[in-house]
Design a protein around this ligand. Structure first.
Ligand SMILES: Nc1nc2c(c(=O)[nH]1)N[C@H]1C(S)=C(S)[C@@H](COP(=O)(O)OP(=O)(O)OC[C@H]3O[C@@H](n4cnc5c(N)ncnc54)[C@H](O)[C@@H]3O)O[C@H]1N2
Ligand code: MOO
Ligand SMILES: [Mg+2]
Length: 398
């Protein structure tokens, strides 16, 4: 019997091995979910020119100091107007939101404060200089850093990239993750089940978890319990993988294709990790390019929990984001709970808005529906075997 390896050692080994992906230039449309690999500055000020914040009239504030007052409207300034006109004393121009402020004007009167006249306008309310004007450079000055390297690119970041005129951007791409399920009993969902068979579910859960963690997942289908067939499939898939996840075939059975195929390579280490669920699993590198490979256990809850604890941090590192143990939040137990001695357990629980967490009733590592009824993993340390109701715990929100 080999001894157990701690969760922390296993994660440290993973994070020491996994490398951040090389930067790649992509079109803006491909940048969502990637991480910025360059510092982005703005070539121009934003806004680039003084402009109106409202639809109304560009005025000299002193001309509307005493109201009501009737003034001639000498022209219109629509957004995009490039005539660079000026107004003189006692004149106004009709102006639209985003249109450049005419020289000579120092305030904008919203149309709601007027009779909306077109040849002349009655202004019913005065405004201080600067009213409803957006100044050049108020958001960004020319040369300002708008996004530092290392920023995860979400919708707002994409918007600002376009807003400073970028078409292409240097990023850490989304890692490409190939998922291979092993097991002679597995059948694709939608196909009829024969005796002894079950529908394959791990690759679907793992694919979704990969996407949520910022990767691009590919299901490479099901491989039967045959080490040679597994190696063939792995070889065929490596060309499109930055990372490989396998599920099943890593424990003590007579037909464990992943362990059988990868064990002899010497580059993938199989361990019994001191955790529940997820004890038997492997990690290492494969192929000429040393692609990281996670050999996750087949039990559905075990593979999911192992993903959260080990694959997610690895994906963060590959994406160029700060990587460490999966973050937890504090909660208080709403019921007593039990946990095995010597293993860190990750009980499936329901975290309530009041900060209490209750373990779900079924905690088996095959009980996928029970996992689906939970929204948190309750972390119970290795040396704790029982906790009363009302105890402080850390939980991983799902
Ligand atoms: N004698 C021992 N037996 C087992 C041990 C042990 O220490 N000694 N460990 C148990 C633990 S803990 C786990 S976890 C599992 C790990 O099993 P494997 O990784 O070898 O996976 P399989 O044997 O292929 O399958 C286990 C279980 O999961 C189901 N499965 C597998 N793949 C899928 C999939 N893609 N979709 C849905 N369900 C899947 C499979 O049918 C089995 O029921 O080993 C224990 N045994
Ligand atoms: O450790 Mo296994 O992953 O519980 O069922
Ligand atoms: Mg097995």
């Amino acid at each position: 019997m080999n001894s157990l390896r701690s969760v922390d050692d296993h994660l440290a080994g993973i994070l020491n091995t996994v490398r951040t992906l090389a930067p790649l230039e992509v079109e803006l449309e491909q940048a969502l979910g990637t991480t910025l690999a360059e510092e982005v500055t703005s070539p121009v000020a934003l806004p680039p020119f003084d402009n109106s914040a409202m639809d109304g009239y560009a005025v000299r504030a002193e001309d509307v100091a005493a109201v009501p007052v009737t003034l001639p409207v000498i022209d219109d300034v629509p957004a995009g107007d490039d005539r660079l006109q000026a107004i003189g004393p006692g004149m106004v121009m009709r102006i639209m939101t985003g249109a450049p402020l005419p020289a000579g004007a120092d305030a904008v009167i919203p149309v709601e404060w007027t009779d909306a006249g077109t040849a002349q306008v009655v202004v019913g309310r005065s405004a201080a200089p600067g009213h409803a004007i957006r100044r050049a450079g108020e958001d960004v000055r020319a040369g300002d850093v708008v996004l530092p390297a290392g920023t995860p690119i979400g919708p707002a970041q994409l918007g600002v990239l376009a807003g400073v005129g970028r078409r292409r951007v240097l990023v850490r791409p989304r890692p490409r993750v190939v998922i291979i399920s092993t097991g002679a009993e597995l059948v694709e969902p939608g196909m009829p089940l024969g005796p002894g068979q079950i529908w394959e579910s791990n690759s679907y859960a793992l694919l979704a978890a990969v996407r949520e963690a910022g990767g691009e997942g590919y299901r490479a289908g099901i491989v039967s319990d045959d080490a040679a067939g597994f190696l063939d499939q792995l070889d065929a898939q490596l060309v499109r993988a930055d990372l490989v996840i396998t599920s099943g075939g890593v424990s003590m059975g007579a037909y464990e294709p992943v362990k059988e195929a990868l064990g002899p390579l010497g580059t993938v280490r199989f361990d019994r990790v001191a955790m529940q669920p997820g004890m038997p699993q492997g990690f290492g590198v494969v192929g000429e390019d040393h692609i990281p490979l996670f050999a996750l256990p087949g039990n559905p809850v075990s593979s999911f929990v192992s993903f959260m604890l080990f694959v997610r941090p690895a994906l963060r590192k590959m994406r160029g984001l700060p990587a460490g143990p999966t973050p937890t939040v504090r909660a208080v137990t709403a019921a007593p709970l039990r946990s095995p001695q010597g293993k860190r357990s990750f009980l499936r629980g329901v975290l309530a808005p009041d900060g209490t967490v209750e373990p779900v009733r079924r905690q088996g590592s095959h009980q996928l529906a029970a996992l689906a009824s939970a929204n948190a993993l309750i972390v119970v340390p290795e040396d704790v075997t029982e906790l009363p109701e009302g105890a402080n715990v850390e939980v991983i929100p799902l």
